[in-house]
Ligand binder design. Structure first.
Ligand SMILES: [Zn+2]
Length: 59
């Protein structure tokens, strides 16, 4: 039987700083692409981004 494990051990999350730069649109297009391809399958990072955006607009 094949084990269909979607979880890869090598799940590198971008750092907080990278996420912050992503939100501020300060990433290079290459980094931005890499981050986006991570966000496609990573809910937790998306949640961080959403929360950060919401918090930054709460003023
Ligand atoms: Zn992630």
């Amino acid at each position: 039987m094949q084990s269909v494990k979607y979880k890869s051990k090598k799940k590198l999350h971008p750092t907080d700083k990278e996420l912050a730069n992503f939100i501020d649109n300060k990433l290079t297009s290459q980094k931005r692409k890499r981050l986006l391809s991570h966000l496609i399958y990573c809910d937790s990072c998306i949640n961080i981004i959403i929360e950060t955006i919401i918090n930054s607009k709460k003023k």
